[in-house]
Ligand binder design. Sequence first.
Ligand code: DAH
Length: 353
Amino acid sequence: MSDALLDRISAAKTLPELDAVRVAALGKSGEITALLKSLGGMDADTRAVEAPKIHALREQVTEALSQRKTALETAELDRKLATETIDLSLPAPDSVTGTVHPVSQVMDELAEIFAELGFAVAEGPEIETQWYNFSALNMPENHPARAMQDTFYLEPRDGEAEARVLRTHTSPVQIRTMEKSGAPLRVIAPGRVYRSDSDATHTPMFHQVEGLVIDRAIHMGHLKWTLETFLKAYFERGDIVLRMRPSYFPFTEPSAEVDVGWSMEKGRRVVGGSEGWMEVLGSGMVHPKVIANCGLDPDEWQGFAFGCGIDRLAMLKYGMDDLRAFFDGDIRWLKHYGFRALDVPTLSGGVGA
Ligand code: DAH
């Protein structure tokens, strides 16, 4: 019997076949089980002779089953390894990919450029109190400057004395940062701002970047150098010429609007040179009242600030001409003007990636 069983075990070609042999031998009504049961009906002498044989047979069969099982499993694994290969060097299948929006890309470029000059990135809320958006910036209620910006007012909440607003500029981040970090400080604050305005060059939501430096003995020379260094790095040209025009902002004194020179290249107006001028940002020395509103002593601390439209910076560098398309979410526009996720701006690589 043992040979017959062992033959059937080695003849089993699959695991289910092998298991059938196991059941036939060792299962409830298996052959060996039957032999074991028969021991009970034997007299002591016969049992003393038969029992070791039957137990040895069971051992032998169990061992043969286990070996065959391992052999079949190994063969199955080898077969799988040989047939189920994948080629990891194949390119990934084509799939719809998004792009990094030019506004995000420009914000990253700005952070990179200003980080090199020792500026941190600051943030503030887009829903702002009138104190931060206006009053602390030296624009008291009924000040005509408030009318300069077409403000979106929110419904006042229960118990709220004054309606909050969608911030009309990134300047309130100046106040929040001075309150939080004190002086000295160097920050830029890029972000969304809102004004009730809409045409080819205005959208109700757009982006600004604010710059703020507070330290001792800061003067307009620092402002001009910083802006020139920033714009040369951003436009990646050495021939960037700035022109500062006297202007008025309630939160700076003196205030200057900054124009950048342009010239014609192959029939296109490009930034660089000085054939003509276009305005790119507003700036000035932080008004002593603003510094005092943040709890700092204006006799000890001075500073400069500037505010600049990010969307416009993107248009000037990357050649889009309609601002509204920035916010249409048209995938074709994004494919054309967007950036690949790995085009991370670095100064050493050229911030334009
Ligand atoms: N907040 C101004 C605006 O939105 C821009 C601006 C001008 C910001 C001069 C400044 C500044 O920090 O110094 O029109």
